[in-house]
Design a protein around this ligand. Structure first.
Ligand SMILES: Cc1ncc(COP(=O)(O)O)c(C=O)c1O
Length: 349
């Protein structure tokens, strides 16, 4: 069985030996700090490095056990009983978290250029002021789409004018296969964008290190929630990440990972062109995913059920998408498995 469902890095992406050395080195150098309780907001040296990277005061940086945990802290704080705008489709876990917290989730349409600004304007005009817009502008999970620079400017303008708080979730931005980076929403607006990212895709998800850049007051409030929930995040993971960076291994690792995954993205696009000429799919310039739209009226859930003994993928409906859509992940499997997986999917269709 071939899994095109898993949005996880291929084992070859994980720099096991270098990370083992980093973990050992930090335990030897700073073990009594790392092995004890510490600040709820995270390991000081890594917070400082992130603050410098984003050009903000360190009081605005919150490091969590993966960025999804930070999302939970933020959503618990803002979302219950409030309108929250998301993209359609969007990452399935936040969607589930928001629904479980009792948010009124409003899905905004996207196209190949990302979130449609007019859909945001229409939603803002249609009801109570939302608590938040949750968006993944770059190499989106699940669609692989990237918001164009022109639309970024427009969405930044609309959000500023409406005083709308935006969460820009950007775990994939550095995993780029071609082209120049678009400006972040965070850089385009003053003050009303929260930026989150993670070392899950650029170093290793098992270290569980994600971060948020927040307005100062919200950062303090969420750090207090973090302390009340788990006392201290896992400092060993954060210190290991910091040591990896300090040794100059981060940028070369990102380049290596992008090189490895570029070939898998290419294999996925080739396989789709060969085996599913009647379908439409996104053209990701980075990240882990391709969004497959089968011809209108095709029941993707039925197709996946028929294919399940040979290949699995995520039905688009799990992410709020239409019944004819499927999320295909190319990050975990080899190019040969990708070709075979798409052949099996085509046979089931
Ligand atoms: C868009 C998006 N945000 C957040 C996450 C969670 O990442 P982390 O491992 O930092 O919790 C993922 C993981 O796949 C993701 O795709």
């Amino acid at each position: 069985m071939i899994s095109l469902a898993r949005g996880v890095p291929a084992p070859e992406c994980l720099a096991v030996d270098a990370l083992a050395e980093c973990a050992k080195a930090v335990l030897e150098a700073d073990g009594t700090t790392i092995l004890s309780y510490g600040p709820g907001a995270g390991y000081g040296p890594l917070r400082n490095w992130l603050a410098d990277r984003h050009g903000v005061d360190v009081s605005r940086i919150l490091i969590t056990n993966g960025s999804l945990q930070g999302f939970v802290l933020l959503a618990q704080h803002l979302a219950p009983g409030r309108r929250v705008l998301v993209e359609n489709p969007t990452y399935d876990r936040p969607l589930k978290i928001l629904r479980e917290l009792g948010a009124d989730v409003v899905a905004l349409d996207m196209d190949d250029e990302g979130l449609i600004p007019e859909a945001l304007e229409a939603a803002l005009a249609a009801g109570d002021p939302p608590a938040l817009l949750y968006t993944i502008p770059t190499f989106q999970n699940p669609s692989g789409r990237t918001l164009t620079t022109e639309r970024r400017r427009r969405i930044a303008e609309i959000a500023s004018a409406a005083n709308l708080l935006v969460l820009e979730d950007d775990p994939y931005g550095l995993v780029r296969y071609e082209g120049e980076p678009e400006p972040s929403l965070f850089d385009l607006t003053g003050g009303n964008v929260i930026y989150s990212s993670s070392f899950s895709k650029t170093i290793a998800p098992g270290l569980r290190v994600g971060w948020f850049v927040l307005p100062e007051r919200l950062a303090a409030e969420l750090a207090a929630s973090a302390t009340a929930t788990y006392i201290t995040p896992v400092l060993l993971g954060q210190a290991t990440v910091y040591e990896f960076i300090r040794r100059g291994l981060f940028e070369p690792n990102v380049e290596r990972v992008a090189g490895l995954l570029r070939g898998r993205r290419d294999a996925m696009l080739e396989a789709l062109a060969e085996d599913l000429p009647d379908a439409h799919w996104s053209q990701p310039a980075g990240g882990y995913f391709v969004w497959l739209e089968l011809p209108d009226g095709t029941d993707a859930g039925g197709v996946l059920a028929r294919a399940a003994s040979g290949v699995i993928a995520v039905p688009g409906t799990d992410c709020g998408g239409a019944p004819n859509t499927i999320r295909l992940a190319f990050s975990y499997v080899t190019p040969a498995e990708i070709h075979e997986g798409i052949r099996r999917l085509a046979a089931a269709i």
